[in-house]
Design a protein around this ligand. Structure first.
Ligand SMILES: [Zn+2]
Length: 573
């Protein structure tokens, strides 16, 4: 499943669209009803019903359309920002495991499986204990072997383990680890026992039963994504299947069994490899975030550190689940052919069973004020990239509407400042701007660009910074603002036409702005932004002391420069 929602490098795709839409004028929105057959947004809002269950789960229902289908989401206000050192990426790992089922789904014999899972946990704890004596290079080698073994778990046998274990021992010696024969034999025995238990547990797994149940009911688009601030589970179903969905979904939000952790670690490691370790944009973004944030958890990518992924235990996963998948963080949204009265009863009955729980802990670490430019470089055989970021406040801050307009003026479309000055001029292949990585806490205003073949990264940085500087003194003209507004309007209409996207946006505003109605209020606020406010934002935040600059430096001549896309946001997990 997606760790970055999208992309979600930062803003996920949806959010990018809505952000763009925010610049739309309120009067334009009155015509927007296109979102639903011609009514105004005011009328449209009246159809939306929201309520809170006794346990604090929030429900949003939006009936519309004639097709007998519904888009259902379960939204949890938790993501990588809620992680602490040592378990980075666990929100995303948990999202994968949420599809593995519960005591009643995903198993052929839960009682027997539970005992084997407990034995696996005990053995893994022992292995983690022994590995602490190893050099760090050996530790990674050992845990990587375990992750690899579990991906081919059905083929595990004691004879087959001998070769990889012998190779591991040889590597230990080569790296300078001084493990005695007795110590290595004990480790070898633990790994063998652990691997055989993982194979035993696998035999109890009813593979993909959750997905099969949804598929049998006619469900489509079953998926999920995790970002810095949120984890969202989504599916579309025939409207007659709301109860089946509510039954399955409420079960996994109360009783998750994180089975097949070992196997899913390997899936996540592969995602990390593809999207961060061997992806130019992903690599640079990881370095950029690490440079820009010295204290706040936004400095770590959603996917998490490789070593943390290797070390997760089922206890880590369950602990995060119990702390953060609580009713106060949970929003259920259904959009489409939904009978409000029936859905209210049904969702109250199923999601109301989730026990009330204390609010989850919020990260209290604040990013200290930056006191000087920060820079980072990554060398990689790919097209060079320049990324520039400035710290800005969280989305609830009153500067947000003007910052959104500023972003659009800078980089939205082929008439934008960046495209005109950098791409059309031949300096850059692409140039973009966005805000991120998250929204709940202070974040960054980010600009990125790729140089043309005969332009150095130094030259591109100078040109990009010059354009950013110009934003302070050149307010958008009435024509420029109007153009951006028209573009936003089109974007918002497009977004809200999709039942699934509307469900996600409503839940997002309910979670991150405390009220789904902010989706519409924000449109109004953005429409009132003046040209002077736009330049004031640039002057306030675009200072050298508040700036982070990262370069991806090509370690080989680019043969055929690949254009990443214009404008682009940083890639997301
Ligand atoms: Zn994933």
């Amino acid at each position: 499943m997606d760790s970055f929602g999208r992309r979600n490098l930062s803003p996920h795709p949806l959010r990018l669209g809505i952000f763009a839409a925010l610049a739309a004028s309120w009067c334009c929105c009155a015509a927007a009803p296109a979102a639903d057959g011609g009514s105004s947004f005011d009328e449209f809002q009246k159809r939306i019903v929201s309520f809170k269950l006794e346990n604090d789960v929030r429900v949003i229902l939006c009936p519309r359309g004639d097709a007998p289908v519904i888009s259902c989401i379960t939204y949890v206000k938790t993501g990588s920002v809620d992680e602490v050192a040592g378990i980075t990426g666990i929100a995303h790992q948990l999202e994968h495991l949420a599809f593995k089922g519960t005591p009643r789904i995903g198993t052929t014999n839960y009682e027997a499986e539970r005992k084997v899972l407990a034995e696996i946990d005990a053995l893994y704890d022992k292995i983690l204990d022994r590995q602490r004596k190893l050099l760090s290079s050996s530790r990674e080698g050992l845990l990587t072997l375990l992750a690899k073994l579990s991906s081919g778990v059905a083929a595990i046998d004691p004879e087959g383990l001998k070769a990889p274990l012998a190779a591991l021992r040889a590597r230990f010696s080569k790296d300078g680890d001084r493990l005695s024969d007795a110590e290595f034999s004990e480790l070898e025995s633990l790994v063998t026992q652990w691997a055989l238990k993982v194979r035993e547990a696998e035999a109890f797994v009813a593979q993909n039963q959750y997905a099969h149940e949804i598929g049998r009911a006619g469900g489509t688009g079953l998926n999920a994504f995790t970002s810095e601030d949120r984890t969202v589970y989504l599916v579309s179903l025939p409207s007659s299947q709301l109860e089946l969905w509510a039954s399955l979904e409420s079960d996994r939000f109360m009783n998750i069994v994180p089975r097949q952790l070992e196997k899913e670690k390997q899936v996540v490691l592969e995602e990390r490899r593809m999207r961060t370790e061997t992806n130019a944009f992903g690599k640079l973004y990881e370095s950029f975030l690490g440079a820009a944030f010295k204290a706040h958890p936004y400095g770590v990518e959603v996917i998490g550190h490789r070593s943390d992924i290797l070390n997760y235990t089922r206890a880590n996963v369950e602990s995060f689940y119990r702390a953060h998948y609580v009713p106060q963080n949970t929003i259920v949204a259904v959009v489409g052919d939904v009978d409000v009265a029936k859905a209210r009863d049904l969702l109250t009955s199923y999601f109301g069973k989730i026990p009330a729980a204390p609010a989850s802990p919020e990260p209290h670490t604040a990013e200290p004020k930056q006191e000087g430019e920060r820079r980072s470089e990554v060398e990689y055989p790919a097209q060079p990239i320049v990324m520039v970021g400035f710290h800005i406040p969280e989305r609830k801050h009153p500067d947000t509407p003007a910052l959104k307009v500023l972003t659009e003026v800078a980089a939205s479309g082929r008439a934008s400042r960046f495209y005109t000055a950098l791409v059309k001029s031949g300096t850059a292949l692409s140039a973009g701007a966005s805000m991120g990585p998250g929204e709940r806490y202070p974040r960054l205003w980010i600009a990125n660009a790729e140089p043309s073949a005969d332009v150095s990264v130094e030259q591109l940085e100078d040109a990009l910074l010059a354009e950013i500087e110009k934003l302070k003194g050149a307010p958008p003209s009435p024509e420029e603002l109007a153009r951006v507004q028209a573009r936003y309007r089109m974007d918002v209409l497009r977004e809200l036409k999709s039942n699934m996207r509307l469900a996600i946006e409503l839940a997002d505003y309910e979670a991150l702005a405390d009220d789904w109605r902010e989706l519409f209020r924000e449109l109004d606020a953005v429409a009132k932004v003046t040209p002077e406010q736009v330049t004031a934002m640039a002057a306030k935040y675009f200072t050298k002391n508040n700036r982070t600059v990262s370069w991806l430096i090509s370690t080989q001549p680019a043969e055929a420069p690949a254009i990443l896309g214009v404008p682009s946001a940083p890639p997301k997990p």
